[in-house]
Design a binder for this molecule. Structure first.
Ligand code: NAD
Length: 488
């Protein structure tokens, strides 16, 4: 981790310049060892306003370029992401605490998101039709103006790429507010966009916490807000942004259920369930949180125990984000145990020699969880899976349906008919069959249901085109000799 000592202080990126005024600041820690690695400016409404002014100034020029012109910059930017993949991987590893392999996967996913954005000219062709003799109707997609993106801690590189490339190639200018826990990747993204030739002001970064988010929601110059984070904050942002008549898409938290049937392939199922719950230390909105074991699945649970024991903190399991997160996760496990659940694999009180200041929780399997326990209902966001036993598939689906979240669900079975029942009846936006992390890859779009998403549409893929644009409908007649009809 040679990088840690050389990380720069975080600055805002406004109008193509890195700036740090006299704001108060916050320390940035690496969760790997608890060391301070940088500091962050706690910006205010003033910096948000500066960023909106810079973005508004360049918007007429940027939006008047053709789509084919704008994507050229993202071809170059994609190449830069590839060229700097090692360094970007290290940055995610250090600021977020996930393993290097997981950090690299995140950077590769950002590259894939750029590939979708550069294909936009192939995807968008405006609609045109002669609707009556000599009269033509045309629909074009136009950008909204200045838009904003507010992102969480768990994917410092990828989640900004859910919104930024599509919004910008479609002609918008953006203000990004990264999580104050992981602000370093966003600074590097800004530098690489500039190197790729993005005009100053098209992309801006304002760092800070709640005050910045509130200023974004309130600013009259911002047309739309994409938010990704917890359900508690998603509700606040959705209400506040829409109260000032902005478009808003706010993705919230999750409690994903994996339904395991007795005929499931034991090895593959155990491996997938454990990888889903422990990958990125369980800090994925697509992570398995509850395994619903239907009928006789003890043989699969036994294999899960072996799989979990092969997941070693500090080696193939990263840290959780903070001391508070570690305490919260361990509290859920302890409370479940006190309420009668059985801890089969216990990740509490994990420390790594040489990194005693880091925040680690080992993989944890909690069996005989009941539906009323907090660990069964609330988002734990750690490498922990609760097992709830169900008598039959109807009961298992009822357990899944009763969650107020609805990001992902999955079924493990070798029966197509039973899988189909789960696909039809799960109350989740993304469903997997024999796959523990059913993230739809580009061009398929990403988004949950219920309290995992507020607003209309999904954040990536084709669905995002609607969110980042407005349609202009033009009706034209050029031949005056044509007879007047009811359209004249
Ligand atoms: P968070 O809600 O605490 O923070 C998200 C953003 O909101 C940050 O930029 C933060 O600065 C800001 N914020 C925090 N409190 C605020 C407040 N009171 N008012 C205004 N802004 C505030 O989320 P997090 O802890 O950074 O991320 C983890 C959460 O994100 C989990 O719940 C996870 O499920 C969710 N998540 C969801 C998805 C999805 O696609 N649905 C994807 C990734 C993460």
């Amino acid at each position: 981790m040679a990088m840690i000592s050389s990380l720069p202080p975080v600055q805002n990126f406004i109008g193509g310049q890195f700036k740090r005024n006299g704001q108060s600041q916050l320390d940035v820690f690496s969760p790997l060892d608890g060391q301070i690695i940088s500091s962050l400016p706690l910006s205010s409404a003033e910096e948000v306003n500066d960023a909106v002014q810079a973005a508004s100034q360049i918007f007429p020029e940027w939006s008047s370029q053709t789509l084919k012109e704008r994507v050229q910059i993202f071809f170059k930017y994609r190449t830069l992401l590839e060229k700097h993949a090692d360094e970007l991987t290290d940055l995610v590893h250090v600021e977020n605490g996930k393993t290097k392999d997981e950090a690299r996967a995140e950077v590769l996913k950002s590259i894939e998101l750029c590939e979708f954005a550069v294909s936009m000219p192939q995807i968008i062709a405006n609609e045109v039709q002669e609707v009556s003799r000599g009269v033509e109707c045309r629909i074009e997609r136009k950008p909204l103006g200045v838009v904003a993106s507010i992102t969480p801690f768990n994917f410092p590189n990828m989640v900004p790429h859910w919104s930024m490339p599509n919004a910008l190639v479609l002609g918008n200018c953006m203000v990004l507010k990264p999580s104050e826990l992981v602000p370093l990747s966003a600074m590097r993204i800004a530098e690489l966009l500039k190197e790729a030739g993005l005009p100053d002001g098209v992309f801006n970064v304002v760092n800070g916490g709640r005050e910045v988010v509130e200023a974004i929601c309130d600013h009259p110059g911002i047309k739309s807000v994409a938010f990704v984070g917890s359900t508690r904050v998603a509700k606040i942002v959705y209400k506040r942004a829409t109260s000032t008549l902005k478009r808003c898409l706010a993705l919230g938290g999750a409690k994903n259920h994996l339904l395991v049937l007795p005929d499931a392939h034991p090895e593959m199922t155990a491996n997938n369930v454990v990888a889903s719950m422990s990958g990125c230390a369980g800090q994925r909105c697509m992570a398995a949180a509850v395994m619903v074991g239907v009928d006789a699945v003890q043989h699969i649970i036994d294999r899960m125990i072996d799989e979990a024991k092969a997941v070693v903190p500090g080696k193939n399991l990263g840290s959780v984000i903070s001391k508070e997160a570690k305490e919260r996760i361990e509290r859920y496990i302890t409370e479940a145990e006190q309420a009668g659940a059985k801890v089969l694999v216990d990740g509490r009180n994990t420390t790594i020699p040489g990194k005693e200041g880091g925040y680690y929780v080992g993989p944890t399997i909690v069996d005989y969880v009941t539906r009323d326990m907090a660990i069964a209902k609330e988002e734990v966001f750690g490498p922990v899976i609760s097992i709830i036993r169900a008598k039959n598939l109807d009961e298992a689906i009822d357990i899944e349906n009763s969650s107020h979240y609805g990001n992902a669900a999955a079924v493990f079975t070798q029966s197509g008919g039973l899988a189909k029942q789960v696909i039809e009846r799960a109350s989740s936006g993304m469903v997997g069959v024999n796959i523990g992390v059913p993230v739809p890859r580009e061009p398929f779009s990403f988004g949950g249901w219920n309290e995992s998403r507020f607003g209309v549409g999904d954040i990536t893929g084709r669905s995002s085109i609607e969110f980042w644009t407005q349609s202009k409908k033009t009706t034209t007649k050029w031949n005056p000799e044509d007879k007047t009809n009811w359209m004249s």
